[in-house]
Design a protein around this ligand. Structure first.
Ligand SMILES: NC(=O)c1ccc[n+]([C@@H]2O[C@H](COP(=O)([O-])OP(=O)(O)OC[C@H]3O[C@@H](n4cnc5c(N)ncnc54)[C@H](O)[C@@H]3O)[C@@H](O)[C@H]2O)c1
Length: 296
């Protein structure tokens, strides 16, 4: 594998592009927005600069990594020479189904089509293609250049060969892959999202404030980051979409999103990416609570 295309230049897309480019793969990022593509390159540059400062990579490695990345808004030219496509577009089922149908008709016959979806069925996505054996979940964690885990999700018809290839490729990126089966939310979000949702209920019911809830989970459970801060980091819209997929998939009330989360998303208060979530990031790192205004 040499040519990797990433669909989507958002939080995850830029991190996945960074991880592949740093290992010398030719990376093309495709997005519908030039502004998002520019922002992705700026973020990758900033993250590489930080790695140079911390002496984790040399300046030459930084320059070489950036040289391996190209960007385009032209979907067809961005995917047609690709050996592997990793789709990391917005978590919306109709969008992903359309992207995979298009990928199947434009990509080479042997191109592997992976999705970074957090929750949507790999089997359902694969069913939109004529290569169900070559469709797989490759679920990176945020921030991709730092987090070691890749959840590798087999659809119903994903072949052993493709699964083994993606497991090996993940290791080449210095990641640790874990193979899981296809179910709403897979393993990571099946367990994480109910906890985040419960933290939001706890806040909404005024059991404690944002910092109180996060501090209990950091100091009491040895979590490196509180659930509300983590939700800001993931993106509140992404959290809501994942909960909706799990609620739909399991038809179980326990996955129903808290009304506070829905209100915040409707208000475009999406976490770090919009500068405000449970914390305020407008002046850099989080510095004050903002969620109180949304409480009942
Ligand atoms: N945010 C996280 O922590 C996280 C972690 C793991 C997995 N994921 C998953 O990764 C995927 C991307 O999430 P994100 O947080 O990066 O989202 P994001 O909102 O930050 O970025 C999504 C990007 O997709 C682009 N896009 C939308 N439609 C497109 C199309 N038709 N073609 C090309 N690009 C298109 C948007 O312009 C945007 O730049 C989702 O499936 C999400 O569930 C997110």
């Amino acid at each position: 594998m040499e040519n990797i295309t990433i669909i989507g230049a958002g939080t995850m897309g830029n991190g996945i592009a960074h991880a592949f480019a740093q290992k010398n793969y030719n990376v093309t990022i495709v997005d519908i927005s030039n502004e998002n593509l520019d922002r992705a390159i700026a973020t990758i540059t900033k993250n590489l600069d930080r790695m140079v400062t911390k002496e984790k990579i040399t300046n030459e490695e930084k320059i070489n990594t950036l040289k391996k990345i190209t960007t385009t808004t032209d979907f067809d030219s961005g995917v047609k020479e690709s050996d592997l496509v990793v789709e990391a577009a917005t978590e919306n089922i109709d969008l992903k189904l359309k992207i995979f149908k298009d990928l199947d008709s434009i990509c080479k016959d042997d191109t592997i089509l992976a999705t970074n979806t957090s929750s949507i069925s790999i089997t359902q996505i694969a069913n939109k293609t004529n290569r169900k054996d070559k469709v797989i979940g490759m679920h990176f964690m945020n921030p991709v250049p730092i987090m070691k885990l890749v959840e590798v999700i087999r659809g119903k018809e994903t072949s052993d060969e493709v699964t083994n290839l993606i497991m090996t490729l993940s290791r080449k990126l210095d990641k640790i892959p874990v193979e899981v089966n296809d179910a709403p939310g897979f393993v990571a979000n099946r367990i994480l999202m109910p906890m985040i949702n419960e933290a939001i209920h706890t806040l909404n019911e005024n059991v404690s404030d944002v910092e109180g809830i996060d501090t209990v989970m950091i100091l009491g459970m040895s979590h490196p980051m509180g659930p509300l801060h983590l939700a800001d980091f993931i993106g509140l819209d992404v959290c809501l979409s994942i909960l909706e997929v799990m609620y739909d998939g399991f038809k179980d009330e326990k996955y129903k999103a808290c009304s506070l989360l829905v209100d915040m998303v409707n208000n475009n208060t999406l976490g770090i990416k919009t500068g405000q979530g449970f914390y305020d990031y407008s002046e850099g790192p989080r510095n004050k609570k903002v969620a109180a205004q949304f409480r009942k």
